[in-house]
Design a protein around this ligand. Structure first.
Ligand SMILES: [Zn+2]
Length: 444
């Protein structure tokens, strides 16, 4: 570890924690050790946190107290992960309806609201405090360390916060962060970012998969040839084609992470490419639409219990993402944190056919990435039985591929759908600056 990294870990960040009440650094030091606990020890830690969470929620949060009263249950009946199924699955709507009085508690700390866009398009509010943020950041830092990065090593970060507040700028400076906008992805801006990497000799790049992908694409166009040590991604789906190009151009491994804006990290990739669940932060369940567990290896709704109670406990909370659990196997990295096979993206990023088949983003990428004539695409479902597939072709002659695309989609799962194909010049980014592969406009 470098002297700079040591100084930041032992002096600067602890001072920042004192100032902001986050206790991030002590949590990170705990996680750095705890990540190598045996499965049994991890389970014990998890169950201990769970028992405390349930007790707090029952004592201090009317919503959960009522849930338990209605079921005639005592907190002492939830002793371990296996007992969670005695409690109902909680949706965003249930929490929104009871917000704030019914679902929050006082922690003695200053609280703030974090907003996320719910799958229904309605904003969903979660109450957080400094300690929740500290937990979240510690696990995030741990995931960044899995890529080989050490605190303080200079890196590039693409993000959405265009105006950096004073404390963020200070944090950027101390942590060696060169922050650039992920809103602007035109060639001139991408060239500036590449110049920054070169000029500051940055060896790590972090950000949304979409923005790093466009950066890699530009780098390839201009003949960039400067390897990075690692790329870390979050906040959006990392498609296989994105990963392949980023790894090829920047000649390094991509480490994907998965967290929720509701204030917790769920999983991150280790050096062997496996997604390990942050089992000391969350319990992950994979459930069908009737809230029953799905068999291992099948797609299920992700239902999360955050082990840190915070000002708004989240117990069996349906996040709105789909995921697949991985077989319990040993990872060569030595961590016994459970594995997650893959995240299938937001519920809304999905086309549902009249008979209930789900066509996820990977269904479309899996078919359309074989058409070399297409640069980009977007699918809009505007009626239950109708989708519009917009393509940006790189050739004038599109009439032959149009039929082939429709045929391929119909053969592989979209047979009940009427498919219209539109040729467009570009796909606009969403207001959040993300490339949306699937738009669902049925109810709007
Ligand atoms: Zn591993």
């Amino acid at each position: 570890m470098t002297i700079k990294s040591k100084a930041i870990r032992n002096l600067v960040l602890p001072a920042g924690d004192l100032l902001f009440g986050q206790r991030m650094m002590s949590r990170l030091k705990f996680l750095e050790k705890a990540q190598f606990l045996s499965q049994q020890e991890l389970n014990n830690c998890q169950d201990k946190s769970l028992r405390s969470l349930i007790q707090i929620a029952c004592d201090e949060v009317p919503f959960y107290r009522d849930v338990m009263l209605q079921r005639g249950m005592l907190p002492s009946e939830i002793l371990s992960t296996g007992d969670l199924s005695k409690l109902p699955v909680v949706t965003k709507n249930m929490l929104s309806d009871a917000y704030p009085e019914g679902v929050t508690r006082k922690t003695g700390q200053k609280t703030y609201e974090s907003r996320t866009s719910g799958s229904t398009g309605k904003n969903f509010v979660v109450l957080e405090d400094a300690e929740t943020a500290g937990w979240y950041r510690a696990s995030f830092m741990l995931a960044l360390e899995w890529s080989g990065w050490q605190i303080g090593e200079p890196h590039l970060q693409t993000g959405m916060t265009l105006t950096r507040s004073f404390d963020r700028r200070l944090k950027d400076k101390l942590l060696g962060c060169h922050y650039v906008s992920a809103y602007q992805l035109d060639d001139a801006h991408l060239d500036t970012i590449l110049h920054t990497i070169e000029d500051k000799q940055l060896q790590y790049a972090w950000g949304y998969p979409g923005s790093i992908y466009h950066l890699a694409k530009r780098a390839k166009e201009v003949g960039w040839n400067r390897p990075l040590k690692a790329v870390s991604t979050w906040g959006d789906s990392l498609y296989p084609a994105y990963r392949a190009l980023i790894e090829q151009v920047f000649q390094c491994q991509v480490f994907d992470t998965y967290g929720c804006a509701e204030g917790f990290q769920v999983a991150a990739q280790c050096e062997y490419g496996n997604y390990h669940i942050h089992a000391l932060d969350v319990i992950v369940e994979y459930l069908d639409d009737d809230d029953q567990p799905v068999p291992e290896g099948e797609v299920g709704n992700l239902v999360i219990t955050r082990l840190h109670s915070g000002p708004m406990p989240l117990i069996r909370y349906k996040v709105g993402d789909l995921g697949i659990s991985a077989a319990s196997k040993a990872c060569p990295c030595g961590r016994e944190l459970p594995l997650l096979d893959s995240i299938q993206g937001r519920n809304a990023d999905m086309v549902t056919t009249p008979s209930g088949n789900r066509l996820i983003v990977h269904y479309f990428t899996g078919i359309l990435e074989h058409f070399m004539e297409i640069d980009a695409f977007q699918v809009e479902q505007d009626r239950p039985d109708h989708i519009i597939v917009r393509i940006v072709p790189n050739t004038e002659n599109v009439s032959t591929i149009k039929q082939k695309i429709i045929q391929a989609l119909k053969e592989k799962g979209a047979r009940e759908l009427e498919v219209d194909l539109e040729v467009v010049r570009s796909i606009p980014l969403s207001p959040a600056g993300k490339h949306k592969f699937i738009l669902n406009t049925i109810d709007k």
